[in-house]
Design a protein. Structure first.
Length: 74
């Protein structure tokens, strides 16, 4: 497996499918992962797996701007 220790990764739409897989595999590879989705339900398993999670709709530019302006998660 690839070693991602010391890397920080942002994954949007991480609540299911490919986004969830990328977040989980990156965490297992040692990365610090910030996983976001616009629905909170899918983020719980990622939180339990060690990801930092946040509800964020990346299709809303104002929400994204606000998130990165005030977020301490990254």
């Amino acid at each position: 497996m690839i070693d991602l220790a010391g890397k920080r990764i942002f994954v949007s739409r991480a609540g299911a499918g490919m986004g969830a897989a990328v977040a989980l595999l990156s965490t297992r590879a040692g990365a610090e992962v910030l996983a976001t989705d616009k629905f909170e339900d899918g983020l719980l398993p990622l939180s339990k797996a060690g990801c930092t999670v946040a509800v964020l709709d990346v299709t809303d530019q104002e929400a994204v701007d606000r998130f990165f302006r005030v977020s301490t998660a990254i």
